[in-house]
Every structure is written in structure tokens, then in C-alpha cells.
Design a protein around this ligand. Sequence first.
Ligand code: AMP
Length: 487
Amino acid sequence: MNNINIEKFNYERPRDECGVFGVYGHPDAAAIVALGLHALQHRGQESAGIVSFDGNQFHAERHMGLVSEHFTKTKLLDRLIGPAAVGHVRYSTAGDTVLRNVQPLFADLAGGGFAIAHNGNLTNALSLRNELVKHGSIFQSTSDTETILQLVARSKRSDTLSRFIDALFQIEGAYALVVLTNKKLIGARDPLGIRPLVLGKLDGHYILASETCAFDIIGATFVREIDNGEIVIITEDGLKSVKPFPPLGSRPCIFEYIYFSRPDSIIGGLSVYECRKKFGAQLANESNISADVVVPIPDSGVPAAIGYAEQSNIPFEFGIIRNHYVGRTFIEPSDQIRNLGVKLKHNANALLVKGKRVILIDDSIVRGTTSVKIIQMIRDAGAKEVHMRISAPPIIHPDFYGIDTPNQNQLLAANHNLEKMCEYIGADSLAFLSIDGLYKAMGHKKGRDSRNPFYTDHCFTGDYPTQLRDQESKTNVRQLSLLSEPL
Ligand code: AMP
């Protein structure tokens, strides 16, 4: 008997936010991957892993915690020898936060070792997994990424690349993958290019990463984005590209621009920072109000607040200070201490808000928890009025592609109208950026084209760009999403 909860092991819904990185042919491959992962740490803080290949053997190190806690020269990097390596950072909120789910996953397959790191979520992983288990597959993790590994292992094709492509034809959803075999580094992006993946070069060697900020840290140059539906194969002979899927228009995830990516990254040719500033400026155009000061909720609200302040001519101030040293390991305060009002993460810069009419800017409201706490804090600091402005539309639909949003019944905007939301968070007024305003700020002059939307924006619109096979088999979420209108 073992003590694994079979029900949970089989049916946990994966909800990962992740970053991936890979390098081929560089003498310091693992150290470069560690630096790249460090720059991608915002995409996942729960676990980090690197697999390297030394021309003969694979070496793997997977750990719970931050990259900098484990991947130091004297500790692990000396063990990760070889000129090729892939790595992964992961943050998962649901279910098992255990070592067996830490990526890159690795298996010895018929053609040799195969390490895979995945950003995104598959939407048919559970259905495929159930079929695979019926036919004898033994799963070691609860991660949807293992489904890809199992499909590669079972493919009848002759070479590793064809087996990998065979597996990709069976999966649905979002994936940016980096794979390391004994001969190749492979990068792959799903047919819609939902999650980002970029190609760079360092000292003549190719690099793959989730975001361009990971190139800056190592002084690598940006070459290009991997296209939607593209697979790049990097070997000693250089880079080859294949596009095996029927061509589809790309639908990159708009939430990368709003919250997820680092502001110093460039995605789809657009600076994430500039986009956020423009969201703030557009928000000021749509719902300005007389006030004395514009205050961001740091860090995510900062660029939008700068844009809002510039556009509205209301002074910008850091009226809230964020403590950056609230790590995972910090003790959870007891209820008694919590009730005393300990502010672990944010504190009001009271002199800047006292007696003032404050416009607070954040990038999103999910459950509303942050807004409730911060608005109360600003009122306690003596603000005369508190007006909440959100630089994205209301989130009314859950994500199934690798952004952690809760079930629909926990999303504040899915269950309350604007007035009730304002009341709940305790603001004097509340406004969101419109969906057309969001697109306009990103250079789409006419706003969102509902017949041909440029981005994956289901969180706001309910327009899921792929089948949600696992969900449809359990609920009628798709039909529900079609019925509710954005605010
Ligand atoms: P909530 O407090 O549940 O309303 O969440 C909103 C806050 O969480 C905002 O300050 C956002 O910057 C941040 N946020 C938005 N999306 C995510 C996400 N997927 N993971 C973690 N934090 C998020």
C-alpha cells in the first residue's frame, strides 16, 4: 500500500505559471541556464530545475525553492556539466507541490535521454492521460507535461523528432517547450503561440527563453520569436525550422502584457513596459476623475500609474511601499499577529496620501483580496477619497493556458456588477479599462475585432481559442462563458 491519494493524483487540475530556458553548445551551459532562470523567476518561484548533457550522460538537479537558493557554483552547477542544458521555473498553486512535479522532466526513451520543460497548460491532458493509463502507462507526476513525455515514448515513429511531433499532434492547449536530447535542443510553440518563446544567441550559440529579459542578463542578442506552430531544432550544424501544423493565425496571450511578463521584456515587437504605460493613459482617457495624487499598487501597477498620471496631469507618487523580502520561507503570522494589522507586503507612505483624494492603480482584480486590503490601508493612512482604477478589463472567465486564475465562482467580476464590486472593495469609485481600450493602447486603432481577435483574451471575453476538452468532459464551462457578457 502506498499513501498516494489516487483521486487527486489523477484528476488534479494543473495550474502552472512557468518559465523555460535552453542553451546548446556553450561551455558554461548550466551556469547560463541558471542566470536565465534567475531573470525568469517572476514566472515561477516554487521550484527550479536544470538538466544538462555532457556528450555522454545527462545530469539533472530539481529543487523546491528559488534559483538562487540552489544553483550556485559551489553547490549544484559543478555537477551540471556539459555544453547543453535546459531549465525551468515553476509556480503551481493547486495540489501537489512536490519534487516529482519539478521540471525539466526526464526519461530514458528508445532513442536516448529526453528532457522536457514546459510553460503553458494542455487542455486535453487529463483525457489523454486516462487513455494512456488504460493502456498501461505509468505516470510518475501529476503534471500535464508528463503526458507529452508518455506520448513521445509510445509513438511508433522511428526518430526522436518525428516521435515528438507525433505527440504534439495529439495535445491541445498552450505550450512553449524546450527539449534536450543527446543530439539536439528543440524549441516548440503551440499552433496559436499562446505562451511566448524567443530565440537568442550568445557567443555564436543558440538560446531559447520564455522572455527577452532572460537574454539581457547574460548579454545575449535577441534573434527572433519562435513562430506559432513552429519547431526549431538546434544541433552542432545550426538551426532548422519546421512547421508541421496546418497554418493558423497566431493568438498570443494578452495577459503577458498586462501582468505576467517582466516590463523590460519585448513581446511581439512591443515593449511590455510601454504597453502598460499606454494602458494607464487609455484608462485616464476613459475614466478620469478629479484627484490629488495617482498611486500605483507596486510593483505590477507602476507603469500603468505613470501612464495614467502623465495623461491626466495628476501627480504620481509612491504612496505605497512594497517589501521585496517577503519570501516563501517567511513564517505565516498567527491570527493574533495578523489581526494587529501586520503589513507584510505593502505599507502606506502615509504622508503622501493623508488628506488627499487618491487614485489607486492596479493591473487586475482577480478575487479582490488585494484591493480590499490596500484600500483600507490607504483610508487608515488618512486619505480623503480612494478611487480604484484597473488597467485591464474585468476578469470574468478562468484561464486554462498557464496563468493562475481561480474558478469562475471565485472571480470577483464574474459574480458582481461594477457597483457591487466597488462596494465590496470599499472604494469611492471603481473603473476598468475597456476591452477596446486595451486593444487601442496596443496599436489596434479600431479596438478588438470580435471576428478576428489578435490576442488570446478569454479572461475578459470568454473567447477560448482552443477546445477545452478536459473541462467540457466535466462541466459545461464553454457554454457558460458564451452567456456572460463583459461588464
Ligand atoms: P486579487 O487580490 O485576487 O484580486 O488579485 C489581484 C492582484 O494579484 C493584483 O495586484 C495583480 O497584480 C495580481 N495578479 C493578477 N494575476 C495574477 C496571477 N495570475 N498570479 C498572481 N498574481 C496575480
